[in-house]
Design a protein around this ligand. Structure first.
Ligand code: NOJ
Length: 548
């Protein structure tokens, strides 16, 4: 076992409002989630990441908070949240929450006070300019939905900066009072018992915005401060960051230049995500191999969080324009499937044409590549999307528990968002209850896969390398090595069956055997004639070190 719990975690993320409704008001809530913890425990989830839970007008699904010290009353009370932590802990599930402190809602009392009174103690908590900044139309994160990053506020008579929507004014992190408040917010939730935070928009949090300068300097020391603070309050607190930046700049988020991991513990692997999707589109593992090669070495304790789908669009902006077009052609042929000119607003099951063999291949890949896997709710049953909903809401529909009205999510006549009730992914067809009773379902497959991963600690804690020998088209061989032993993985991204010769590894193996496969194969033998079907996968335990 690694001393760092997050290295061997399986993270599951969800929006409380679309997961389970306990009081029939049509909105998911904390008691509803508590009632489903047993489901998550059985699935093998060890860490729950909750999307924003704070009070909010929810113009950006809660990424626009009005109070960092409470939970949205629609979800329940702080008491319900404490109960959730207790019940989750009893089942061995940790809870982390989204920490969205780059900005607040424009309805937040801090901004209301700041805009209306030049002498407000909160005036300098935001980023203002007296004149129209030259970079007003630069750096938008939501092109097409967001025309500018500086907006004139009539009440204040000033321009304010907002990296995201205009209703999300940025906090001024150069202000020591703001920094102190952020630390207080973190301490509050750690004291309640969360195991850490998924920190939203980290590259922008550390931006020291200068009006007119689109490339503002970054203050990485603030991350060091946050880590130090969190660790003093809870030694094993996790900081999981969203930082979709160039590979060359990634390591600085983990630690300073002397190689120590004194900042963020875990970063989402956006680079791998884009390449994985490209590899699936091409049915060729080369982009994954490139991602493994290009990945910078991390300081001790630094960890990647792998994902295939999250709550946003699949962001293809790190691919070249040509590669992006390739992916669009295969997975987003229809313009309504695309978003912000850079991404795809679909769930994985419809992207892969509902082909379960391919879905399993894709998730087997994600879960065996270096790092800690993050799974978005509903992916484990192959939920679909609703492209009639605007933007990212297409993939934020209620969880499909059963074929009862309201998908077992809620018995209310009106729901926070419609359930998917038409097409191949309608809740009558895709739901937990039906899959629970079917040993061949995707859900039961996920349970088995995650259980096998728990017996393969090398993936989360070890090194991950591509086995660099010529292989048949479509096939990827990679290995994970740690003190506990060695695992070898074969994945066939293509449709043609293949035979793989990895005989040169036999000397390193000790009674190697398949531990998880898409079908029963001939025994591994000397590793020199390993069959692998189209869309097949084989997890082979090469060696287990007794004292590992
Ligand atoms: C990133 C989040 O993932 C996204 O959903 C949100 O809209 C922006 N940050 C703004 O908070």
């Amino acid at each position: 076992m690694s001393p760092r719990w997050y290295s061997e975690a399986v993270v599951y993320c969800l929006d409380v409002d679309t997961f389970a409704d306990s009081n029939t008001d049509g909105i998911g809530d904390l008691p509803g989630l508590i009632g489903r913890l047993d489901y998550l425990a059985r699935l093998g989830v060890t860490c729950l990441w909750l999307h924003p839970i704070h009070p909010s007008p929810r113009r950006d699904d809660g990424y626009d908070a009005t109070d960092f010290y409470n939970v949205d009353p629609r979800f329940g009370t702080l008491g319900d949240f404490a109960e959730l932590l207790h019940q989750a802990n009893n089942l061995g599930i940790r809870v982390i929450i989204d920490l969205v402190i780059n900005h607040v809602s424009d309805e937040h009392p801090w901004f209301q006070s700041a805009r209306s009174d030049p002498d407000s103690p909160y005036r300098d908590w935001f980023v203002w300019s007296e004149t129209e900044p030259a970079d007003r139309y630069q750096g938008m994160v939501f092109p097409g939905e967001q025309p500018e990053t500086w907006t004139f506020d009539e009440t204040a008579g000033l321009w304010y900066y907002h990296r995201f929507y205009d209703f999300q004014p940025d906090l001024n992190m150069a202000n020591p009072d703001v920094r102190a408040e952020v630390k207080k917010v973190m301490a509050f939730w750690l004291q309640l018992g969360v195991s850490g935070f998924r920190i939203d928009a980290v590259p922008f949090i550390i931006e020291l915005t200068v009006p007119g300068e689109s490339e503002s300097p970054k203050d990485f020391e603030f991350l060091t401060e946050l880590r130090e603070h969190a660790a003093w309050r809870r030694g094993d607190a996790l900081l999981l960051a969203e930082a979709n930046v160039e590979p060359a700049n990634l390591v600085t988020y983990f630690g300073d230049s002397n190689g120590s991991g004194n900042r963020i513990n875990m970063l989402f692997d956006f680079m791998l995500n884009g390449r994985l999707v490209l590899a699936l589109a091409r049915q060729d593992p080369e982009p994954i191999i490139e991602a493994l090669r290009d990945t910078p070495a991390l300081p001790r304790g630094g960890q990647w969080a792998t994902f295939l789908r999250n709550h946003d669009e699949i962001d293809l902006s790190r691919l070249t324009a040509e590669q992006r077009e390739e992916v669009f052609a295969v997975f987003g042929p229809d313009p309504e499937m695309r978003l912000y000119d850079r991404g795809i607003r679909r769930r994985l099951a419809p992207m892969l044409g509902g082909d379960e063999r391919r879905l399993k291949l894709a998730y087997s890949l994600q879960f065996t590549l270096r790092g800690t896997p993050v799974l978005r709710y509903g992916e484990e049953i192959g939920m679909g999307d609703d492209l009639s909903l605007p933007g990212r809401q297409a993939i934020r529909t209620p969880m499909q528990w059963s074929s009862a009205a309201g998908a077992g999510f809620s018995a209310a006549p009106e729901l926070v968002r419609p359930v998917i009730s038409r097409g191949n992914y309608r809740y009558h067809k895709v739901n937990v209850t039906d899959q629970r009773g079917d040993p061949d379902s995707l859900l039961i497959w996920f349970e088995r896969m995650i259980r096998t991963l728990r017996e393969s600690p090398e993936v989360g804690t070890g090194s991950c390398q591509h086995v660099d020998v010529p292989l048949p088209p479509g096939v990827l061989a990679h290995r994970a090595d740690a003190a506990s032993g060695c695992m070898l993985f074969l994945h066939n991204l293509g449709t043609q069956p293949a035979v793989v010769d990895l005989g040169h590894l036999a000397a390193e193996a000790d009674h190697p055997n398949d531990v998880f496969t898409d079908r029963e194969y001939e025994p591994v033998g000397k590793l020199d004639a390993l069959e692998i079907d189209g869309y097949g996968y084989r997890w082979i335990r090469m060696r287990r070190n007794p004292a590992g």
